[in-house]
Design a protein around this ligand. Structure first.
Ligand code: NAD
Length: 315
């Protein structure tokens, strides 16, 4: 039988790429419920889904910040059966906290963290009753490691990771699977929107040194980082499908092998100083080392054909 897959945030980026990839599965193993907050933005997904639309892919409205819309969407699925939930909807926020309002920060937490909580409050009880289901969360490397000027975004993803780490223990008892997908930089609308908002940001509330740091160091390097390290949404979707099909899916999966040396630093020093120190040096002292490492990464990228093995897929 087909597995019912519900994905949030499918009007663009990773959600769209994943929905289409799963709907086009040659073995027709999935029925995809591709959801989005605003159905007026469904054209790109409809076009990419092509003849799968209405067959292996259905588009539904779901706003992760609106409990009622989640309930209505889940109720519209036959027997409310969701075998795989992909919590993907999310938003970014960059800049000095002095220049962000508490309301802006709350919206990020509400979308990235409480969005997941709302989905699970509606879907988890059914999965527990059936003793089957896979919960897949598009987290981020920023769910395990903070980055300059991403304070609130990283906090929202840390919240997601702490929540899931706690829930995973209970999930095991109900034979449910839980997987956190942790992409590094991905070239999507997200990155474009976040950058544009950063460029437009009113920095008058910040001191000169902070404003300068944000504009001349962070924003200046932003595009370069995405260009040299960035993955495509399709690439992340491919990793996600492998996790969904894996016999024993891992709890955490980083999609970007070029980024893993950074996250490894976290585990290399129990005091937690090492990654902070390295990031500091990269950003403030060793501009040349920073560009040299980006060039090195480009070389690695050219050489590595992103091969990864997660064991044999189930079925
Ligand atoms: P994206 O902006 O293309 O996609 C995010 C989607 O979420 C959009 O379609 C947006 O409309 C939707 N969304 C926002 N608020 C919503 C709400 N309240 N209800 C329903 N949908 C809502 O960007 P993306 O890169 O594809 O992001 C997908 C996920 O990947 C996010 O959780 C993001 O945090 C994560 N991620 C992105 C990157 C990156 O660099 N782009 C890196 C790591 C993780």
């Amino acid at each position: 039988a087909k597995r019912n897959v519900l994905i949030t945030g499918c009007s663009s980026g990773i959600g769209l790429a994943l929905a289409v990839k799963m709907a086009k599965d040659e073995q027709k193993r999935f029925k995809v419920y591709a959801t989005m907050r605003n159905l007026a933005k469904k054209d790109a997904l409809e076009e990419a889904a092509g003849r799968r639309l209405g067959k292996t892919l259905e588009i539904k409205q779901l706003d992760v910040c609106d409990e009622q819309s989640i309930k209505t969407c889940v109720n519209s699925i036959p027997d409310r059966r969701i075998d795989v939930l992909v919590s993907n909807a999310g938003m970014g926020l960059i800049g000095p906290i002095e220049c962000q309002t508490i309301d802006e920060m709350k919206t990020v937490m509400d979308t990235n963290f409480f969005g997941l909580v709302r989905l699970l409050k509606e879907i988890l009880p059914d999965m527990k009753r059936r003793k089957s289901g896979h919960i897949v969360i598009i987290s981020s490397v920023m769910g395990i490691q903070g980055i300059l000027f991403n304070d609130v975004y990283a906090a929202s993803k840390f919240a997601v990771e702490g929540f899931c780490e706690s829930l995973a223990i209970q999930a095991l008892k109900f034979k449910l699977q839980l997987s956190l997908i942790e992409p590094g930089p991905v070239i999507t609308e997200f990155e474009r929107k976040v950058f544009e908002d950063g460029m437009k940001m009113d920095l008058s509330a910040a001191d000169e040194e902070t404003a300068e740091m944000f504009t001349n160091i962070y924003l200046k390097n932003y595009k370069q980082i995405f260009q040299s390290l960035g993955q495509s949404a399709e690439d992340v979707a491919e990793h996600t499908v492998k996790i969904i099909l894996a016999e024993n899916p891992p709890f955490r999966h980083q999609t970007n092998t070029l980024y893993t040396p950074m996250t490894t630093l976290k585990y290399a020093d129990p005091n937690g100083d090492l990654p902070i120190d390295i990031f500091y040096k990269m950003v403030f002292h060793h501009d040349k080392i920073f560009s040299a490492s980006l060039n090195f990464i480009k070389l690695l990228r050219w050489r590595s054909r992103k091969s990864f093995d997660l064991g044999k897929p189930s079925q």
